[in-house]
Design a protein around this ligand. Structure first.
Ligand SMILES: [Zn+2]
Ligand SMILES: [Zn+2]
Length: 258
């Protein structure tokens, strides 16, 4: 991930309300096209210009050639209104994971956590993050279904991590292969598998278990087949079912015993 400063210089005649409105639309469209990450974009009015600091998946994420219809619409609107804009790449974000550079990933994984800022699509080979705009749009020229899935994952993961309100609800949504949340996620994986020809896996969180042996004996919850891996994949996933395209882990509560 990289940090980019967006600088916008409006024409003299424009009021702050009009600029803020165009900016809100543009940043929203960039987010739904996977060109910027997160969902909070503070804007500072400084002198004759406006500044905002953005997190982007790669150094060239804001190139115009990656824009979809909606981003182009708002970029054109800025030109029409005479708002000059520049994107200044400040550098790599210091805590970010690497971006996938594999020529042709053999699989993808839909994966995030309550603290992750990366794109929720990971490469099955290197586990690097994959900017959404590298994939065919999943809905109406955007990635709205993936991005709303991602924010709901963070919401459920936050509930279970905070162990206070809604802990059991959050955990069940993330752990069960047939929860309403998992069904949405698995539909996204199916769509990506079909449009890219690359199998896309869905991860089921396992938080606590009775013991290591019981955990290792777990079967795929969907087809009841064997799915235990000899070696964990990317140090995270102990189970993989290729028929159902599901991944899971030995419960975190017992993993250290092994
Ligand atoms: Zn990769
Ligand atoms: Zn299965």
């Amino acid at each position: 991930m990289f940090v980019v400063e967006g600088i916008f210089k409006p024409a003299v005649s424009q009021g702050p309300g009009q600029i803020q409105e165009v900016l809100d639309h543009l940043l929203g469209a960039l987010r739904m096209n996977g060109q910027i990450l997160g969902r909070e974009f503070p804007v500072v009015s400084a002198g004759d210009r406006y500044r905002t600091f953005l997190l982007v998946p790669g150094e060239n994420s804001l190139d115009k050639c990656l824009a979809n219809t909606y981003v182009l619409k708002w970029l054109n609107k800025m030109d029409e209104l005479g708002i000059e804009y520049t994107w200044k790449v400040l550098g790599p974000e210091s805590c970010s994971d690497h971006i996938c550079k594999c020529e042709k990933p053999k699989s993808y994984i839909l994966y995030t956590t309550y603290v992750s800022l990366e794109s929720p699509i990971r490469c099955g080979i290197c586990f690097g993050s994959i900017p959404l705009y590298r994939l065919p749009a999943t809905r109406d020229d955007e990635y709205r279904d993936i991005i709303t899935w991602e924010s709901d994952y963070k919401a459920c993961d936050t509930l279970q991590m905070n162990c206070s309100t809604g802990e059991r609800f959050g955990l069940a949504q993330l752990s069960k292969h047939d929860s309403s949340f998992a069904i949405r996620g698995r539909e996204i994986c199916n769509r990506i598998t079909v449009t890219t020809g690359v199998p896309t896996y869905y991860y089921l969180l396992k938080s606590s278990g009775k013991g290591l042996k019981t955990e290792q004996a777990r079967k795929c919850p969907s087809c009841k087949g064997e799915w235990l891996l000899q070696e964990p994949l990317h140090g995270l996933f102990n189970f993989q079912c290729d028929s159902c395209r599901l991944l899971s882990n030995i419960a975190w509560s017992v993993r250290s015993i092994g």
